[in-house]
Every structure is written in C-alpha cells, then in structure tokens.
Design a protein around this ligand. Structure first.
Ligand code: NDP
Length: 337
C-alpha cells in the first residue's frame, strides 16, 4: 500500500496572526523513488519567526512562499527508503523539509546535512541549541559583536531559542548579561535557571526604569532580536562606541511595523550595528562543536517546547509571537519520534 503525504500549502497571505484558514491540507501518495533519491519521514519541524516573514509578499532574503506552495520550513527527518549510495535507512537529515509528512530528496540537493542515526543529543535540541538557533547565537556573539569580559551585554527575546543561547554564551565569555523578556516567570527563568545577571520585563509599566537600573554602567553590546520599542529603549542605554548584533526584528513580523528611522543616536553615540544571517555562516561545525561541548560540560542549558501534529503548524507558529513557549519551539510531526 502506498504511503500518503499530508502537506500544508499556503492558500492566502495572513494579515496579522496565522490561522488554519490560510492553508490547504492536501493529501497525496508518496511518489516512487528515482535513482539517487531518498524518502524522508519528517520527524520534527523547527518553528521559526522567519516562517512568518516567508508568508509575506515583501522583498526578503529568500523568495516569499508562493500561493499553492508547500510551506517552507526547516525540519529534521529520517531516511525511510534510499536509492542513493550516500544515504542509508535510519540516517537523520536536517534541512528544508517543509510543512509535510514526507519529502523526496535527490542526494545532490544542496543545504541538507546528514547526521548519525543516533546523534547522542535529543532530536529537538538538534533544531535548537545544537542547530540553527544555537549557531545563530554563536555567530552573533563570536563574530558579529563579540562581547569582552566585564562588558554588559543586553539580549532581547532572551528566554527564546536564539536569545537564551546568546545570553549564555555571553556569560561564558565573561560578560555581565541582562536579558529582556515578557513577564515575571520568564525573567525568573533567566536569572534563576540560566544564571543571567539581571532580567527586565518589557511588558511591565516600569520597563525603562528596570532597564536603566539593570544597566547602570551602560550597554556595550546588544544582541537584538526584537526591534521597535524594546530596541529603542536599549539603544538609549548604549555606551559611546557600543556594538549591536542585529539578529532579528520580531516585533514587526506580524504587524509589518517598520523598526525605526531614527538613526541620530548612532551618530551621537558612535554606535556600530551589523545585521547578519546564519545562512552565510562558514563556521557552523565549529559552532556546533563548541555548543555541544558546553552542553556536556553543564555550562549551557537547553530547553525546548514541543507541540504536536502537522495540522497544528499554523496555530503553533503564533506561539512565537504571544510568547507562550520557552527555549526552542518545535513541532513533532511523527508521533513515534
Ligand atoms: P524565540 O524562541 O525567541 O521566540 C520569539 C520570542 O520573541 C517570543 O518568545 C517572545 O518572547 C518574543 N516576542 C515576540 N513578539 C514580541 C514583541 N512584539 N515584542 C517583544 N518580544 C516579542 O524565536 P527565535 O529564537 O527563533 O528567534 C528570535 C529572533 O532571532 C527573531 O527575531 C528571529 O527572526 C531571529 N533569527 C535570526 C536569524 C538570523 O540568521 N539572523 C536566525 C534565527 C532567528 P517574550 O515572551 O519574551 O515576549
């Protein structure tokens, strides 16, 4: 009996939060494999803020997902059939799998990484701290705006996937680390569990006072994930010559709000800011090696929030925007995984 593949295809472009109504759930038989092809069973999907950006028809670093196309997403799959000498049944493969149960892949396809069948790390962590999120944090903290011992680092969206690792790398590098997150629980998590030096609740009425108190000597490095009001508040606390690793601007991904046109502060404080994308990084192996080493040594804590069911992907994605997750948000597609 042939296998059925469920796919979520973009039906219309969301304006605001994403819903099931923006996708068609299509079922079709998995095709027979040609020479050099493999069949991947998608196990987990990485829920990423950039998924929301890809749904919008705006200029961006990859083409927007077309109407009718399977939603693009990073995922982790297992080879269940192979007609390639390079992949074996049981191998794990990471790359763009899309919002679907199965993917047929030619072994010449670029951008896919083969991992050992038993990587010795929980599978969701391979998409989080030991994967794309961790590498992004490492890139920002070691190459884009390296923080020096004794300096103050401020990380926004600090209880999330990239931010929680960036802040912990800052601690490993000897910085004083201040995290910004929404709500008291997340702030306690940052200080009590991740050992940040201070945490500031951007949803509190006295956010700016909290930030000022936590950064009394100013901010040397800002690892910025949010933009908007949060970023403006951090910029006002930067020291002269401060550096900003601009990783993301999530506050505008749903609303489409422009981050800022006010560059005056960059002149007054002689700030430097560098945007970066993990897909340009050439030291991914070094980053994964360092991060997995820190995890094993107990220097770096990882956390994942695991949601269930391919059909729930559109709704689960919204958890990145309402903040109802901690660490890396992943979706389990294969209940047996
Ligand atoms: P997270 O796990 O950090 O989830 C997003 C978090 O952002 C939420 O938990 C929420 O935390 C916070 N948030 C959402 N909306 C707002 C808002 N309006 N104002 C303030 N905070 C908000 O996601 P990721 O770690 O995957 O991504 C974090 C950032 O990193 C994003 O900007 C993303 O685009 C960027 N990124 C960039 C990459 C690159 O190559 N440059 C690669 C990967 C990610 P809270 O509860 O605290 O509000």
């Amino acid at each position: 009996m042939s296998l059925l593949n469920r796919q979520l295809r973009l039906k219309s472009r969301p304006d605001g939060l994403v819903g099931r109504e923006h996708f068609d759930l299509v079922e079709q038989p998995v095709p027979e494999l040609g020479e050099g092809e493999i069949l991947l069973r998608v196990l987990y999907l990485s829920m990423d803020p950039t998924n929301r950006v890809w749904m919008r028809d705006i200029p961006q670093y990859l083409p927007p997902v077309a109407i009718g196309e399977v939603m693009r997403a990073l995922g982790l799959g297992r080879v269940v059939k192979s007609r390639s000498p390079h992949y074996h049944e049981g191998d794990l493969v990471q790359g763009i799998t899309g919002w679907q149960d199965y993917l047929v892949l030619h072994d010449s396809a670029k951008g896919y990484v083969r991992l050992p069948a038993d990587p010795g790390i929980p599978l969701p962590t391979l998409l989080g701290a030991a994967g794309m999120s961790g590498v992004t944090a490492y890139y920002g903290m070691t190459d884009i705006a390296p923080v020096q011992p004794g300096e103050t680092l401020v990380v926004s969206a600090a209880a999330g996937s990239v931010g929680s690792i960036a802040g912990q790398i800052g601690k490993i590098r000897g910085a004083r680390v201040v995290g910004i997150a929404g709500g008291a629980d997340k702030c306690h998590y940052l200080v009590d569990e991740l050992r940040f030096d201070a945490a500031v609740d951007y949803k509190a009425d006295d956010f700016k006072q909290q930030l000022k108190a936590a950064t009394s000597d100013g901010v040397h490095v800002n690892f910025e994930n949010v933009g908007g009001e949060v970023m403006r508040a951090v910029l006002s606390r930067m020291v002269i010559g401060g550096r900003i690793a601009l990783c993301g601007l999530i506050s505008g991904y749903n609303s489409g709000e422009k981050p800022s046109d006010d560059y005056g502060i960059f002149v007054m404080k002689r700030l430097s800011m560098r945007g970066f994308l993990v897909l340009d990084y050439t030291k991914t192996k070094e980053a994964v090696h360092a991060i997995t080493g820190w995890i094993r040594e107990g220097k770096l804590k990882t956390e994942e929030t695991v949601a269930e069911g391919l059909e729930n992907a559109p709704v689960v994605l919204n958890r990145l925007f309402d903040g109802s997750h901690r660490g890396k948000l992943v979706l389990r597609v294969d209940a047996q995984a």
